[in-house]
Design a binder for this molecule. Structure first.
Ligand code: GDP
Length: 451
């Protein structure tokens, strides 16, 4: 596959990091095409755990080029922290390339994200508060600061100033509203430190300091800044494999996910073209990564959610806590209605099913094969109307499951019949072959299935 996309097929955290790491062996270039440091990939190599928020998972392969594409929004301080952390652990980051067109998450984006979520209260989306949404908003408003601006202090200052002004006003308004709300809630007698802090100009928003700091970031990032679209073309034109790695997942897609409980970019396969700068015909293969069950972080509809002992057990066995936030993930049965939607939306060729080991000993396994609306209508496909999805109840097929621990299985034939049947059912239902199966966190704990 000269051009292959890896995309999350559910609500994220499917274990894309490990699958990318495995597929990266065949690739020369690995590109991240969207999202920011709200993604968290965990890769376990020989017992050592590596967590990435921004840098593509392929970085562990020293001879490969890792690209942060133009579709990514990046916080330079976080990126430099990640680079330093990898260097400390002896990982060579010389082959990291950053698109000059990628947008920068600035301190005011982080402040706005937090203030915005606080204001929404119960209606909050559950963002990671890392400034990603406000950064994409500025990109669309053409008020964004790009990586290339770090290399020109004069332009950098001008752009920061233009972007900063409306933010200062918005933040002031948000803080006035916050104070009003606190007052209404009878919290006026609270210690005044926070109120006072609202009135003092935030040192993080000082134009001069911010510009200086970012010029320094530019000096440090300069060796990595490149024309990354061209780099992809050159590799593809020479017949070398390029992997486009998505963060988050299909059902969190800004356009096709469960809006507004979604991420602020497009994680679906089609977005790889925009976020990396290649054409649709450069993509030869689309891999979807799905967990053997379902999880979701934060708010939003999740039809197969289990709020019982089984859900708790999945969470514990699967260590379902966010890499970036540490938040416990909601757990539930595999939702094949949603998966089939993801398969079509991304035009997936192949599925990787991760974390099958987590289901051992759970008992009979259920998979949702259709929903029923509140009015009793049968819904075979993922409803486009959010209100229907919110109130839909899943109908399940029950499969026997398996009790054996499968962490040591390395071939499909080693798996218990119940596990094989489970995979077979999924594959048949969604019409895509399962070619890779995860049976534990370590990269060795994977089964390749020849089709
Ligand atoms: P990503 O964002 O899609 O890469 O997912 P995360 O890295 O946030 O979450 C995946 C978690 O599952 C990580 O802790 C992985 O080490 C772990 N993991 C990946 N594949 C498997 C698997 O097959 N079995 C088990 N038990 N854990 C896995």
């Amino acid at each position: 596959m000269p051009g292959g996309v890896i995309v999350g097929a559910q609500w994220g955290d499917e274990g894309k990091g490990k699958i990318t790491d495995l597929l990266a062996e065949r690739a020369e270039v690995i590109v991240r095409f969207q999202g920011g440091n709200n993604a968290g990939h965990t890769i376990v190599r020989e017992g050592k755990e590596f967590k990435f928020h921004l840098i593509p998972s392929g970085i562990l392969h020293a001879e490969k080029t890792c690209v942060i594409g133009n579709g990514v929004v990046l916080d330079p301080a976080v990126l430099l922290g990640e680079i330093d952390g990898l260097k400390r652990r002896g990982v060579d980051v010389g082959n990291l390339r950053i698109s000059a067109n990628a947008h920068l998450i600035m301190p005011y984006h982080v402040l706005l994200d937090t203030a915005g979520e606080t204001k929404l209260g119960k209606l909050s989306i559950g963002t990671t508060r890392r400034g990603i949404g406000p950064c994409y908003a500025d990109k669309a408003l053409r008020l964004g600061v790009r990586v290339q601006d770090l290399l020109d202090p004069k332009i950098l200052r001008t752009k920061i100033r233009a972007a900063l002004e409306p933010k200062q006003q918005a933040l002031r308004e948000l803080s006035v509203q916050r104070r009003k709300l606190r007052k209404e809630a009878g919290e006026a007698a609270e210690p005044t430190t926070e109120v006072a802090a609202d009135e003092v100009p935030d040192p993080r928003l000082d134009l001069h300091t911010m510009t200086e700091e970012h010029v320094n970031f530019g000096h440090r990032l300069e060796p990595h800044i490149a024309d990354t679209a061209r780099l992809c073309w050159e590799a593809l034109d020479a017949g070398r494999t390029v992997i486009f790695e998505g963060a988050q997942a299909t059902l969190l897609d800004l356009d096709h996910g469960t809006y507004p409980f979604v991420t602020s970019s497009n994680p679906i396969a089609g977005a790889a073209c925009v976020g990396a700068g290649v054409g649709p015909t450069d993509i030869d293969e689309v891999w979807g990564v799905a967990k053997a069950y379902a999880t979701r972080v934060g708010a939003g509809p999740f039809p197969t959610e289990l709020e019982d002992e089984i859900g708790k057990r999945m969470g514990e066995r699967g260590r379902e806590f966010g890499t970036t936030t540490g938040r416990p993930r909601r757990c539930g049965w595999m939702d094949l209605v949603a998966l089939r939607y993801a398969v079509r939306l991304n035009r997936m060729d192949t599925l990787a099913i991760t974390k099958l080991d987590v289901l051992s000993g759970i008992g009979p396994l259920r998979v949702a094969v259709r929903y029923r609306s509140r009015e009793g209508a049968v819904l075979d496909s993922f409803p486009y109307h959010q209100s229907i999805l919110h109130s839909a109840t899943p109908e399940y097929e029950e499969l026997p499951g398996f009790d054996e621990e499968i962490g040591d299985c390395r071939a499909a034939a080693d798996l218990p019949v119940g596990a094989r049947d489970y995979l077979g059912f999924i594959s048949e239902f969604v019409g895509v072959p399962v070619r890779l199966v995860g049976v534990g966190p370590d990269r060795e704990q994977a089964i390749w299935i020849d089709s």
